[in-house]
Design a protein around this ligand. Structure first.
Ligand code: ZN
Length: 474
């Protein structure tokens, strides 16, 4: 035992020498912030929290940990909703924060590409892209905190997936520190590259279990010029799908976001978020937040929006509608949508699901899912909202006043109800939040043995010692 403690002490001394005082987190409060997840649900012990300042330092830290057989937990903005970025309980680990890898290595205005390091905050990267006349179309509520390394490691989605795809589609190349401490330089800037297996895709969405993303080459899109933001009241998700079909027809590629919001979700925002107000004079059961935008000047956009509203009204799909006429109004409409998670927290305990089904099956998912959950937990209310344009809904059961312990105990049973339904509708139990610790057992129970075997063999091939973010995903 004494020998092991001494060698552990030696490992910590070696780590401290690599990152220096600036990269060594010693204050207990600061350490606690890195070992507790954003939802305050998972906490695990840290042997050390280190913040390397360069890819080379990341590699040295990982090499030392690999040699000592010490688990490494990569962490970026620590905004995971599934406990993916903190140590597992009972498993003392080295938390490796990439937050000091902050440089934007290059922007190429002709290629429309950008190479950024893993600790860059998404909002900063968006701003830099904009300043160069381009758009990084990854957009989500946590963009002021979430960092590139975590966004890619979880294949982040957000509100523009309908038009631009997920983080996967926006990534041209990666630089990764492998679990043995070697650096893989895959920072290519190519749109086309058919030279064997597409290795970068293995690391995107792997939640840091196969290596640590230290930098990424990103594909930019032309900046947006003309835009319209609409808030539509509709009877039900089926009517919202009708509007979606018409919007695709009338707006074409200009359709960039199509979000569905239940009245229940809006009411939580109106009750808990100061300064929010109902955009429409009379309540509707459901709402659509639609954004249309173009990169070329589009004098036709206003007319196309008018036509959409007319055809949708004529087809009986709309209860009411408002088109934002100033950028302040646009921001206010988006704020209603983006404040829902915060309002849910203020309302009280809830159980969260991040699910997706083929777009056409969303109405069935909503109707059957709400009936199942609300019958299984009397007093609970389903708060449904999300990205109707790509079939991904946040489908949460809000249980104000519930005993949190009893609710936690009922969670597996409630999850099974909704995940069985998702399975029948040929959907997925995690659309954009990932697996982390939260969905690990459910993934194992719901993927085919062959798929699980392939995943385990990939993990085994890249991380045979199992030191990289153990206890997550698999
Ligand atoms: Zn979302």
């Amino acid at each position: 035992m004494a020998g092991r403690a001494a060698s552990r002490q030696g490992t910590l001394v070696a780590l401290r020498a690599i990152v220096g005082e600036a990269g060594w987190v010693g204050d207990p409060e600061a350490i606690a912030a890195h070992t507790l997840d954003w939802r305050r649900r998972w906490r695990g012990p840290a042997l050390a929290v280190v913040k390397p300042a360069s890819t080379a330092e990341v590699a040295e830290v990982v090499a030392v940990c690999a040699k000592a057989g010490v688990p490494v937990v990569p962490q970026a903005g620590n905004t995971s909703l599934v406990g993916g970025a903190v140590p597992r309980a009972g498993e003392p680990s080295v938390v490796l924060s990439v937050s000091r890898l902050r440089s934007i290595r290059r922007i190429d205005p002709i290629d429309g590409t950008m190479v950024v390091e893993a600790g860059c905050v998404l909002a900063d990267v968006q701003r830099e892209a904009r300043a160069a006349g381009w758009l990084l179309p990854l957009a989500l509520a946590a963009e002021g905190t979430a960092e590139i390394g975590g966004l890619l490691s979880t294949n982040a989605g957000g509100v523009h997936v309908l038009r631009y795809g997920t983080a996967r589609q926006l990534t041209l190349g990666l630089e990764v520190v492998l679990p043995d401490g070697r650096i893989w330089d895959g920072l290519r800037l190519l749109r086309k590259d058919n030279t064997g297996y597409d290795l970068k895709q293995l690391f995107i969405g792997a939640e840091g279990t196969l290596g640590i993303v230290t930098a990424a080459a990103l594909q930019l899109s032309p900046g947006l010029r003309d835009r319209r933001v609409l808030w539509l009241g509709v009877r039900d998700p089926h009517a919202a799908l009708g509007v979606l079909a018409q919007a695709r027809h009338e707006l074409g590629e200009a359709l960039v976001a199509f979000e569905l919001i239940s009245r229940v979700a809006l009411e939580l925002v109106l009750a808990h978020v100061p300064g929010s107000s109902d955009p429409l004079p009379a309540p509707a059961s459901w709402y659509v937040l639609l954004e249309a935008a173009t990169s070329a000047a589009a004098p036709w956009l206003g007319n196309a929006v008018e036509r959409l509203l007319e055809t949708a009204a004529r087809a009986g799909l709309l209860c009411d509608a408002v088109v934002a006429s100033t950028s302040e109004q646009e921001t206010a409409l988006w704020r209603l949508r983006e404040s829902i998670p915060e309002a849910e927290v203020r309302e009280g305990p809830s159980i969260k699901h991040d699910i997706a089904v083929p777009v056409s099956r969303v109405p069935a998912l909503v109707a059957q899912g709400a009936a199942l959950l609300e019958a299984a937990w009397p007093g609970g209310r389903v708060v449904a909202f999300g990205h109707l344009g790509d079939g991904n809904l946040h489908f949460n059961l809000s249980c104000p006043g519930a005993d949190p312990v009893a609710l936690r105990a009922a969670e597996p049973r409630l999850n099974a109800l909704i995940f069985d339904l998702v399975g029948r509708l040929e959907g997925t139990i995690s659309a954009e939040h990932g697996i982390g610790q939260l969905r690990r057992e459910e993934l194992a129970a719901r993927r085919s043995p062959l798929e699980l075997e392939l995943m385990r063999r990939i993990k085994q091939a890249l991380d045979p010692a199992g030191i990289m973010n153990p206890g997550k995903v698999l």
